[in-house]
Design a protein around this ligand. Structure first.
Ligand code: TYD
Length: 205
């Protein structure tokens, strides 16, 4: 049986990586073979592209093309083979991030992103996408507390992240069956409960 493909999304500082690790553990405890991965990245080439994307200034279309180039490699080398073997794949970000960041954040025309998405994914979409949602200001405070040097995206303005957030919310509204919003301002404990509930309802039926 084909495994499920679950993606985690949200603005920087939403706590996605913590929830990603928890969800992977949870699924493994339930007996699933899980591939834990991330975008941009996942493959050796994808990780090289990630390093460029997070550090090098570039034209916004170059940025979008490289995101989808990394994704093409990720699908071919990791995601599709794992799903075919019956593994579950949990990815920290996927193409909703391109719509939110390159589309909403940077203002790349949605039609151009749709062309790339159709080319690279040919209709393939996650079975479930979890969007961790919180106010931009809260996310910025969380990021500042980590003390880590901000990457090229994390250095963006409040307005940029507001547009990214609104794009995620609009996408969730347009595709309510696939995209679920999780309130990321709640305690870790209640977020875990919510995650478990959403995953059980949507992926174990
Ligand atoms: P992120 O997933 O937040 O990792 P970390 O927690 O290590 O900072 O970083 C990836 C960045 O890449 C994030 O700022 C969003 C951006 N991104 C895009 O702009 N478009 C995309 O398609 C993807 C996958 C990521």
């Amino acid at each position: 049986m084909r495994g499920k493909f679950i993606t985690l999304e949200g603005i920087d500082g939403a706590g996605k990586s913590t929830h990603h690790a928890w969800l992977v553990d949870y699924l493994r405890q339930r007996g699933k073979a899980v591939l834990a991965t991330r975008e941009p990245g996942g493959t050796p080439l994808g990780e090289k592209l990630r390093a460029l994307l997070l550090a090098e200034p570039m034209h916004l279309e170059t940025e979008a093309l490289l995101m989808f180039a990394a994704r093409r490699e990720h699908l071919d080398k990791l995601i599709l083979p794992a799903l075919a073997e019956g593994k579950w794949v949990v990815s920290d970000r996927f193409s909703d991030a391109s719509h939110a960041y390159q589309g909403g954040g940077r203002g790349l025309a949605p039609e151009k992103l749709t062309v790339l998405e159709n080319w690279v994914q040919a209709g393939f979409q996650p079975d479930l996408t979890l969007v961790f949602d919180l106010p931009v200001e809260t996310a910025r405070q969380r990021l500042a507390k980590t003390g880590a040097a901000p990457d090229r995206f994390e250095q963006e303005t409040r307005d940029f992240f507001e547009r990214v957030r609104q794009t995620y919310l609009a996408r969730a509204k347009a595709e309510p069956d696939r995209i679920k919003i999780i309130d990321a301002t709640e305690s870790l404990e209640s977020i875990k409960e919510k995650l478990e509930e959403v995953v059980l309802i949507n992926c174990f039926k």
